[in-house]
Ligand binder design. Structure first.
Ligand SMILES: [Zn+2]
Length: 68
């Protein structure tokens, strides 16, 4: 394991806190869940930047095609 990650950091935005942070791809789901649990009583307030989500969805769809 090195500090250099192959996967991009994912921007997570929280409109309520007015924060924007970048989280490692592997950790993004738990980071969002943790934030929402700790600061918003479990409401889904923070989320992955929707623009990036679209790009990721496209890329994941392409990647999945490789495993067919
Ligand atoms: Zn928040």
């Amino acid at each position: 394991m090195t500090a250099d990650e192959e996967l991009p950091k994912i921007p997570v935005v929280c409109p309520a806190c007015e924060t924007r942070s970048r989280v490692a791809f592997d950790d993004v789901e738990s980071a969002v869940a943790r934030h929402n649990e700790q600061l918003h009583d479990g409401d889904a307030v923070a989320e992955v930047d929707p623009d990036v989500m679209d790009q990721l969805a496209d890329r994941v769809a392409e990647d999945l095609g490789l495993y067919e």
